[in-house]
Design a protein around this ligand. Structure first.
Ligand code: GDP
Ligand code: MG
Length: 596
């Protein structure tokens, strides 16, 4: 145990976590050059393309220190997006130390700070690293000062590094041994292992990633998951190098994997504690919570015949993404589909993209909303996850909506614009703190619904990229909510219905109508687009009629070209949905929300 070091890397997206992690693997010869594809740790294709780490992974390295001893390092990777913050906190709980990686050209961002606080709460030893110091635009002095202000370390503790050139990598490896404490824990005590992540493997089923806190797990033993109460046999255990290496035991202090033959990832909960069925530990490792989806939307197949295929695909996705939830729903406009719950908008987009890429399923996503709580006059309490579920005004007493605590870090010159944005989003300013003379932290209470759609993008553009954002869930507060309907030629398109604050309803309705006018192709008849609250029309746009004959420009003659054009038009139609006579392109359902 003396020669083990467990650590993670805390960094804002793009500050170079993946690049530096690869450099650590390379320097410790944990991967052969042949295997060192760029960004080894991001194993899902989608992650690589988007440059984000969705699921956390862990990898073991062996490091020969100058003291002549070989150390075992377990690097636990963490996702870097607010949608996935629960997974960050579990990864942190599995470590004794953290590299705090800060881009020397950018400085500290809100995401970094909240993850850093999590790490400090868990008593992790923090090794500050300024990355990308090879760049001309690096402002090393200023960023060093920020780091010193934040964690109160002496300046000499900060390691200057570049994942690109390899500068500082040896120093980082040595600091991991010298500064991060070896794990403590009693190998003779009852088994207590933290599940900090799990993945689904199509051949092996669910693989749980664990950090053994106390005790010793042997292959084949009967184990109990404390929070779910499930009992299984540990069919295979081992450590994670580039491949999983089976071992006979896993002891206190170490990080490894457990395969139990579980076939559905829902049955393993990240944050759960594993113990022996025979000799149980007295308590679970604290901090376990069920991850709650925050954003809900309907997902419908383009073609109603694909409903069962869609169910099948969602079930497969759920096997390795336990945070995805879904239940069947019907829409008058779209037929049979599913109401799905997501951690956030990024999660929604990822699921939609995976459906299309991995399962060849093109879907229509309805206007997303958060989950509200409605109280009826009779005193019933209802969860409202779908605009259709909002009780009629005659039976409803009041509604509550979820609020978040948000932290925004920016330069002083952008305070005004950010205040305006947050006020427009019904935010309440809680605090304004100068971190240094050139960086200020603003704290707001904001309705979750207001940040779900276009908040990030607008924040980025008004601050020219110099603002970072992070949030935690707070509580539910009373809200004046209405259901806004969209009609095409008088027909309600329930997939476009939205729950909005009354003050925002008119502006929102106008924008949606305008946007639909741009997004809907002109057809042979005029189309009236209307927004309504109940029977009251609050906005209207009209698309004028068009005679469309795609073959007209072919000047008669060329039959094969004519046929091609017709085929193309037919293929285009496949991505359309019909409402009465009106055709709506699939893309319109998502694009309609990109309002600004
Ligand atoms: P992550 O999002 O934190 O995992 O960041 P990545 O490792 O994907 O890096 C983000 C971008 O910064 C990529 O384009 C990298 O090539 C670049 N990058 C990472 N580290 C360095 C560095 O030390 N110097 C320079 N110049 N570029 C870097
Ligand atoms: Mg990365």
């Amino acid at each position: 145990m003396k020669h083990i070091r467990n650590f993670c890397v805390i960094a804002h997206i793009d500050h170079g976590k993946s690049t530096l992690s690869d450099r650590l693997l390379e320097t410790t010869k944990s991967v052969s050059d042949r295997d060192l594809k760029e960004q080894t740790l991001d194993s899902m294709d989608l992650e690589r393309e988007r440059g984000i780490t969705i699921k956390s992974h862990a990898i073991q390295m062996k490091y020969q220190h100058t003291d002549g001893v070989e150390y075992t390092f377990n690097l636990i990777d963490t996702p870097g997006h607010v949608d996935f913050s629960y997974e960050v906190s579990r990864s942190i709980a599995a470590c004794e130390g953290a590299l705090l990686l800060v881009d020397a050209t950018q400085g500290i961002q809100a995401q970094t700070i909240s993850n850093l606080y999590l790490a400090i709460e868990h008593d992790l030893e923090i090794i500050p690293v300024l990355n990308k110091v090879d760049m001309d635009t690096a402002i090393i002095e200023e960023v060093s000062d920020q780091v010193i202000d934040l964690i109160g370390c002496p300046k000499e503790d900060i390691i200057l590094a570049s994942g690109k050139t390899g500068l500082g990598v040896e120093n980082i490896l040595a600091a991991i041994v010298d500064r991060i404490p070896a794990p403590s824990g009693d190998p003779e005590a009852p088994l207590q292992a933290l599940v900090f992540d799990s993945i689904f493997n199509p051949f092996r089923g669910v693989i749980a990633y664990v950090r053994v806190m106390n005790g010793r797990l042997k292959k084949g033993e009967e184990i109990r998951f404390v929070n779910t109460g499930n009992v299984y046999a540990a069919d295979e255990i081992g450590v994670m190098q580039l491949e999983n290496i089976p071992t006979k035991t896993l002891e206190a202090g170490n990080v490894g994997y457990v395969i139990t033959g579980i076939k559905v990832s829902k049955e393993i909960k990240v944050g759960d504690t594993i113990t022996h069925e025979e000799r149980r530990c007295d308590k679970a490792i604290q901090g376990f919570e069920d991850v709650k989806p925050m954003v809900f939307a309907g997902i419908f197949p383009l073609d109603n015949d694909d409903f069962e295929d869609l169910r099948d695909s969602l079930e497969k996705l759920q096997l390795n993404d336990a945070s995805l939830i879904f239940e069947p729903e019907t829409s008058a406009a779209l037929g049979f589909g599913f109401r799905c719950g997501f951690l956030g908008m990024l999660h929604l987009e990822i699921i939609q993209e995976r459906l299309s890429r991995e399962f060849n399923q093109d879907v229509i996503t309805t206007v997303p909303n958060v989950s509200y709580i409605a109280y009826t006059k009779k005193g019933d309490k209802l969860n409202v996850r779908n605009p259709a579920d909002l009780p009629d005004p005659t039976v409803m007493d009041y509604v509550e909506e979820p609020y978040i605590n948000a932290q925004i870090i920016t330069k002083p010159e952008y305070i005004g614009a950010i205040m305006n944005l947050c006020m427009e989003k019904r935010g309440i300013l809680i605090k304004q703190i100068y971190l240094t003379t050139t960086r200020v932290e603003l704290q707001f209470d904001l309705p979750l619904a207001e940040i779900v759609f276009d908040f990030y993008d607008r924040l980025k553009s008004i601050s020219r990229g110099y603002a970072s954002f992070d949030y935690q869930m707070d509580d539910y507060r009373k809200s004046d909510l209405v259901k806004l309907d969209i009609k095409l030629n008088g027909e309600n398109v329930d997939a476009l219905s939205a729950l909005v604050h009354r003050e925002k309803a008119e502006a929102f309705g106008r924008k949606i109508c305008k946007r639909l006018k741009e997004l809907l192709p002109r057809q042979q008849f005029a189309i009236a687009i209307q927004a309504a609250i109940g029977a009251k029309i609050i906005a209207r746009e009209t698309i004028s009629a068009l005679r469309k004959d795609v073959t007209a420009k072919c000047y008669g003659g060329d039959i094969s070209r004519k046929r091609k054009l017709l085929e193309k038009q037919k293929a285009g139609k496949k991505k359309m949905r019909q409402f009465g006579k009106v055709e709506v392109p699939q893309r319109a359902f998502l694009d309609v929300l990109k309002l600004d």
